[in-house]
Design a protein around this ligand. Structure first.
Ligand SMILES: [Zn+2]
Length: 381
């Protein structure tokens, strides 16, 4: 029932608007204007000021035409790099970039679906309860827009994020994540003249990492060290090395165990390195910064939003299954703030790569499911 050619054209328009994280000003203005034209009340929150970006989250409410529980629909406006000057190329069932940039279907496919659902509701006068929209900033750089979003701004207590690939999957379970940073400090010395007066922070870090469990830990737990930076020159024993990484698990106890393991490996490695220089004992030191990046996504299978999406999908003949993911998204943060939000796929593929593309039929199917979900949810069963 949605207008397939209109939503594809709109998506093509949106991906042409540059919107790297913190630079979502232009797309936010476009969306705010389009939402207002549909009769929605639109505001922009202060998340942009808090993260040093061009705009905050765009928040909109389309008043209901019948009584019933409101629903919130959300997608993020920002894209990863390289995402400027996107030239979308369309063939029979795909939209891709020209290969020099990402496409930005992550997450403009979600944004376009939400806009098309609102347009269809208004244009076809489909009876519906209130529909609220949150278009977030800075999802790709740490879910920052969602983290700075005050849920009191909306009335809905449940809804959907549209920010994953397979349109036949509703993601209801996802991991919590810890962000870790270790700064290893050794002792600087000339590597040729007096290496015995130095402690190599690179060697200490290597010792810690060599004995560390990383990668796939188990079915629901992963860990990664993704950045390492240290040293100044080949002939200087390196004083400082900084390592950044993360651990994720859908099980809180397993996450705590993995993070503890990583911290302990650094502490144990540092304890092994000591030198005495002119009677003074120097030891390697590690300063750690460990913080919860986001909590896990855990929407119960019997939650209204889950039942409604599955029912809607069945109604339109496009069955959807609930699934667990290893990724994190705005939905993790919204749930942490007390909302019940699951994440439905939009047909995007190979995201965060130059080969990113969108499957048009799946994209349309996702839009059809979301529209029907709004109808089913409005009935409030
Ligand atoms: Zn995304």
């Amino acid at each position: 029932m949605i207008n397939a050619s209109r939503v594809v054209d709109y998506l093509v328009d949106l991906v042409r608007i540059d919107s790297l994280s913190r630079r979502e000003g232009a797309i936010a203005r476009r969306l705010a204007a389009d939402l207002e034209a549909l009769g929605a009340r639109v505001s922009v929150d202060d998340a942009g000021e808090r993260v040093g970006g061009e705009t905050g989250n765009v928040v909109a409410a389309l008043p209901g035409t019948i009584p019933g529980p409101p629903i919130v629909l959300s997608a993020h406006m920002d894209t990863v790099v390289p995402g400027e000057g996107v030239v979308p190329i369309r063939d029979a069932n795909r939209i891709k970039s020209d290969g020099r940039t990402i496409l930005g279907g992550d997450d403009k496919s979600g944004v376009a679906i939400i806009m098309e659902v609102l347009r269809t509701l208004v244009e076809r006068r489909i009876p519906h309860a209130g529909v609220e929209v949150v278009f977030t900033i800075c999802e790709e750089v740490g879910l920052l827009g969602a983290k700075h979003f005050a849920v009191e701004r909306i009335k809905a207590r449940d809804g959907l994020v549209l920010d994953s690939d397979d349109a036949s999957c509703l993601f209801t379970k996802g991991p919590a994540a810890d962000r870790v940073e270790f700064t290893v400090t050794g002792l600087e010395a000339h590597s040729g003249i007096c290496p015995e007066r130095g402690i190599s922070s690179i060697q200490v870090a290597s010792d810690a990492i060599a004995g560390m469990r990383l990668g796939r830990i188990d079915e629901e737990t992963t860990a990664n060290l993704g950045v390492i930076r240290g040293g100044a020159a080949a002939n200087i024993i390196p004083k400082e090395t900084v390592i950044r990484g993360e651990a994720r698990s859908r099980d809180d106890a397993k996450l705590a165990a993995q993070t503890t393991h990583m911290r302990r490996r650094f502490a144990e490695a540092a304890a092994k390195y000591q030198v005495t220089v002119d009677g003074v004992v120097h030891s390697a030191r590690v300063v750690e910064r460990v913080e919860r990046d986001y909590d896990r996504l855990n929407v119960p299978e019997d939650a209204a939003i889950v039942r409604h999406v599955l029912q809607a999908a069945k109604n339109v003949g496009a069955p959807v299954k609930t699934r667990a993911t290893g990724g994190g998204c705005d939905a993790n943060v919204f749930n942490q703030k007390g909302l019940q939000i699951a994440n439905l796929g939009t047909g995007m593929r190979a995201i965060h790569t130059l080969n990113e593309y969108l499957l048009i039929d799946e994209f349309i199917r996702s839009g059809t499911i979301v529209l029907e979900t709004v109808r089913v949810h409005s009935a409030g069963a």
